[in-house]
Write a protein that binds this ligand. Sequence first.
Ligand SMILES: [Zn+2]
Length: 81
Amino acid sequence: MARLEQSEIELMADTIPILHATLDNGRSDRWKVWCKHCEVFHFHGAGDGHRAAHCSSHSSPYKDTGYDIVGPFLEVKNHDD
Ligand SMILES: [Zn+2]
C-alpha cells in the first residue's frame, strides 16, 4: 500500500509543475506565485503542496494539472526526539 502511494507521488512529481512562492507583502499566511502564462501573481494559502490553478489564461497548462507550490521557507517538522 505504501509502495503504491509512493509511486503515485513520483508520477505526479514528473508531470506537475513546481512554482516557487514568495510571501504576499510579508504576510506569512498567504503566498503568491508568478504565473508566466497569465503574467500575474496567483495567491494561495501558505503551505507547500499541490494547488488548483487560478489561471485566467485559457492557454495555461496549469489549468489541467494545477501545480505544486514551494514556499520561501520550510517549516521542518522534526519528530525524531
Ligand atoms: Zn495562471
